[in-house]
Design a protein around this ligand. Structure first.
Ligand code: SAM
Length: 271
């Protein structure tokens, strides 16, 4: 995934290693960064900083929407994004579609502080390909969050234009999508392609970025598209009780995350 550069974490123990029907799944105990989930050799999360990614991927689109009631999550088998969505009392249903049941099982066994997201009674779990699931959903969701792995293996189709067309068709009026947007330092071509697709398909488009030290390059983006609401400022207020539960997201960092380095701003302007 990252020719010429590598990230190393010190491992104490291999807790789980198995090839599922879809991918190689490894779960490690690291020395300093908690447990780490790796799929097909690519770091998906460490317990030390997973909050940054989960909070931003969930709260940026949800707080940009005036009244999100029906939410869909594609991917995200660890449950962390579900944990964050569940903090929103206005959300009535949370459909969840993950291709690999084994990732859910591993998370429930080794990452209970993330898999607790599955305990929310609003969550309805569907096991299957997110793209196939989406093709059957029309005019249904206020917010769709795509917490996919990378564009190799089972996640490949989730980075292509037909998938984004299906995302758009599955949205209700004023709907918002937020997808795992890779890193503008590490994957310029992939990020440019996602931004181009969302610019072409959605009335409002924006790209937000998150600091995550244990992802190679130390950052990852969120590609957002909206059928109406602007994206860059929260349009609902957050209670103090919710804010106190969080570790990364604040209304200010919501806004700041859209202020891009100049090279990225220029790259996106030309698309
Ligand atoms: N936070 C992570 C990151 O960006 O590095 C993503 C984590 S989450 C574990 C990614 C999940 O997407 C995996 O569990 C994988 O099985 C799932 N996935 C990949 N392709 C999928 C597809 N076509 N449909 C549904 N889920 C998919």
């Amino acid at each position: 995934m990252w020719p010429g550069i590598a990230l190393s974490l010190e491992i104490e123990e291999v807790l789980y290693s198995n090839k599922s029907k879809f991918q190689q799944i490894d779960l490690y105990q690291t020395r300093n960064h908690g447990k780490m989930l790796v799929l097909d050799g690519i770091i998906q999360l460490t317990q030390s900083d997973e909050f940054a990614y989960q909070e931003m991927l969930a709260h940026v689109p949800l707080f940009a929407h005036p009244n999100p009631e029906n939410v869909l999550v594609i991917g995200g088998g660890d449950g962390g994004v579900l944990r964050e969505i569940a903090r929103h009392a206005c959300v009535k249903t949370i459909d969840f579609c993950e291709i690999d049941e084994e990732v859910i099982k591993v998370s429930k066994e080794f990452l209970p502080d993330m898999a607790c997201g599955f305990d929310d009674p609003r969550v309805r779990v569907h096991i299957g390909d997110g793209n196939a699931y989406l093709r059957e959903q029309k005019n249904k969701y206020d917010v769709i969050i795509v917490d996919s792995s990378d564009p190799i293996g089972p996640g490949e189709a989730l980075f292509e234009r037909p998938f984004y067309e299906n995302l758009k068709a599955a949205l209700r009026q004023n709907g918002i999508i937020a997808t795992q947007g890779e890193s503008f330092f590490m994957h310029k071509e992939c990020v440019a392609n996602l931004v181009k697709i969302t610019k072409e398909l959605f009335e409002v488009q924006a790209y937000s970025y998150i600091l995550v030290p244990t992802y190679p390059g130390g950052n990852i983006g969120i590609c957002l598209g909206s059928l109406g609401p602007q994206l860059k400022t929260p349009c609902r207020t957050m209670s103090d009780a919710i804010q106190k539960q969080l570790n990364y997201y604040t209304p200010k960092i919501h806004e700041a995350s859209f202020v891009l380095p100049y090279f990225a701003q220029k790259m996106f302007e030309t698309l």
